[in-house]
Design a protein around this ligand. Structure first.
Ligand code: PLP
Length: 379
């Protein structure tokens, strides 16, 4: 049997073949410790610094403003807990949104248990925050604003540069979780006006377990891991050279094929949506009509449980319901915050296309999805 068509690029991307090639030498001849001053340390050290330059080029910052981490979860935790710790004497208030990834929401909950106050901004029906509301929430004690760049479930893109304008004359640190936007839309840290930005390697065709944190020059973060002083002393431990090399290559490719990749993600995503709408006029697509990632399609099939669809849809790998019985699908906090009714929210699947998605795959997937949904409606 053929493997299912992969339409879950927001969950993770396959490794790019060029990324695999870039990693192999560090599993073989260049196995040395990058801290070693002898021959074997040289190539690994060079590879780390080259990778740092590649990440910096993709997000338009200086290489020494980038540290490597284990992924966006760690970057988010380091940013939030770090700023809370260094700025505690200045204030105890943090602003975020209701639709963040758990790797932001959970650290916020933890910080609340430590005496911080957190404002969770609501979003409109398109999943976008209200800038006036954000401005109203700012207090003299506000030390940090963390707003995700693009949402993982519905793809809505937040107006980050407008947030920077609102806080331009205030001493508030601005962090964004760019795990989903990096490589899909422009993530220029200067244009976005952020002080801290989290990146995940496995969403840009690098391996799982590698990521990066952009830290604006001059901004102080405490050490996450104490030890040998690697990564500017912020995150000690012998570097994950193999994956760092892969991440560098992945960022280089993301930059060089940005337009082609954007077009392919968008064309295939749009084709899927139009095919589904043609045959299933009752469906609804969640997220902002334009301010949305080019690859993401959150589709609600009213009156059906997403779990029922995925259980019958073995030919397409898609994110959504997991239970094979009606009523078993948990309603996402993102759709809930957007005010999507239960009837629609329960029947929501997230399709996400990527670099290797083809028109043929989409046509086949659309046919299979339509067949399964019709069989559930009409029996
Ligand atoms: C928006 C967002 N933030 C953070 C993460 C976590 O990234 P990682 O798996 O690299 O820890 C994800 C992964 O799904 C995500 O979509």
């Amino acid at each position: 049997m053929d493997r299912p068509i992969y339409l879950d690029y927001n969950a993770t991307t396959p490794l790019a073949p060029e990324v695999i090639d870039a990693m192999i030498p560090f599993m073989k001849e260049h196995f040395g410790n990058p801290s070693s001053t002898h021959y074997y340390g040289k190539e690994p050290k060079k590879a780390i610094e080259k990778a740092r330059e590649r990440v910096a080029e993709l997000i338009n910052c200086q290489p020494d403003e980038v540290i490597f981490t284990s992924g966006a979860t760690e970057s988010n935790n380091h940013a939030l807990r770090g700023i809370a710790e260094t700025r505690r004497d200045r204030g105890n208030h943090i602003i975020t949104t209701r639709i963040e990834h758990p790797s932001i929401l959970e650290p916020c909950m933890y910080l609340m248990s430590q005496g911080f106050e957190v404002s969770f901004l609501p979003v409109d029906e398109h999943g976008i925050i209200d800038l006036d509301r954000l401005a109203q929430e700012i207090r003299p004690e506000t030390i940090l604003i963390t707003v995700m760049h693009a949402n993982n479930e519905v793809g809505s893109i937040q107006p980050l540069s407008a947030i920077r304008e609102i806080i331009s004359d205030r001493d508030i640190v601005f962090h964004t979780d760019a795990a989903q936007s990096t490589g899909k839309i422009a993530t220029d840290v200067r244009e976005l006006g952020v002080d801290l930005m989290s990146i995940a390697g496995h969403k840009v065709y690098a391996p799982k377990g590698i990521g990066a944190l952009y830290i604006r020059d001059g901004l102080k973060l405490p050490r996450l891991i104490h030890g040998g002083g690697q990564e500017r002393g912020l995150r000690s431990g012998t570097e994950n050279v193999i994956e760092i090399a892969g991440m560098g290559k992945a960022c280089e490719i993301a930059r060089s094929n940005f337009e082609d990749n954007f077009k392919n993600m968008k064309n295939t995503r749009d084709l899927l949506e139009s095919k589904l709408r043609e045959s299933l006029p009752d469906i609804r697509v969640n997220g902002h009509p334009d301010k949305r990632l080019p690859n993401t399609s959150s589709v609600s099939f009213p009156g059906i449980d997403a779990g029922q669809i995925t259980c019958r849809l073995s030919s397409v790998a898609v994110s959504g319901g997991s239970a094979c019985h009606s009523g078993g699908t948990k309603i996402s906090h993102v759709l809930d915050a957007m005010g999507v009714s239960k009837q629609y929210a329960r029947g929501t699947l997230r399709f996400s296309t990527g670099r290797y998605t083809t028109t043929e795959q989409i046509l086949q997937a659309a046919e299979d999805i339509i067949r399964v949904v019709k069989s559930l409606i009409y029996g």
